[in-house]
Write a protein that binds this ligand. Sequence first.
Ligand SMILES: [Zn+2]
Length: 283
Amino acid sequence: MPLPGTVRALYGNLQEGSPGASECERRSSGGLPSVSEYKKGLSLKDGAGKETKVYMGKNLTLGELTAKPGEKVSGWLHIADSGLEIPVSLICGMQDGPTVLVTGGIHNAEYVGIQAAIELREELKPSQMRGKVILFPLVNRTGFEHRTMSMVYEDGKNINREFPGDPSGTLTEQICHTFVDKVFPQVDYYIDLHCGDGYEELYPHVYTLGAASPKVNQASDAMARAVNVKFRYPSQNPSGGSYNQAGSMGVPGILLIQTVSLNVLKGGAVLSYCELKEQENSF
Ligand SMILES: [Zn+2]
């Protein structure tokens, strides 16, 4: 399936003349820059001719997994001492840049978000990317396996109501604490993918942070405005939900709900990411 334009735009080097258009798009050889060229620093020019240097990124590590620049690595994140592991992929772009967290399946019966995360994982090309992505396609794994209606199977709790969690609490509380302890501290932005649950029929909308610092709220709002859905709502909860919790820790984020179109959901995530890239210097 060809990538929608919004997904291609994530790579930051495929839109001719746009801010952030990279040297590799204009190389007469047509090839990607070499590692040694990245290490020296690539000179990039935007549409107005302004030149900046971009350097090779650093490794991305989470738990036992490490992705080097240009690599995509998939594996598992251990949840405290519960014995549970949840799937995660680390996508480490060649170029230095922000780290974006994408989660699907915090509510395990919201299948469009899960599928969008899986397809994003396959489509993102680290050799052409700036920055890094940590992607969890299915956070509530046991709920999915036991076909609950979005509650964690072992304790019947809703992950998006239990943050910041507790390392010695029930499984849901341990999942929340693991994200607070190991994931949120190393990301710059957060996109949480949802859709109508098994019992819901929802119109596409996006939640922004409302109870974080003004700077974080502003960044969250910019992310939401870039998403191709009509309705935006600011949340007023500082914690409880995953993206609210991350916001209270200084991570701008949105919760995107798209019931109908997989491509709009993926495109929304990527549009939001691209908006960040353009605005990050002003935050
Ligand atoms: Zn949900």
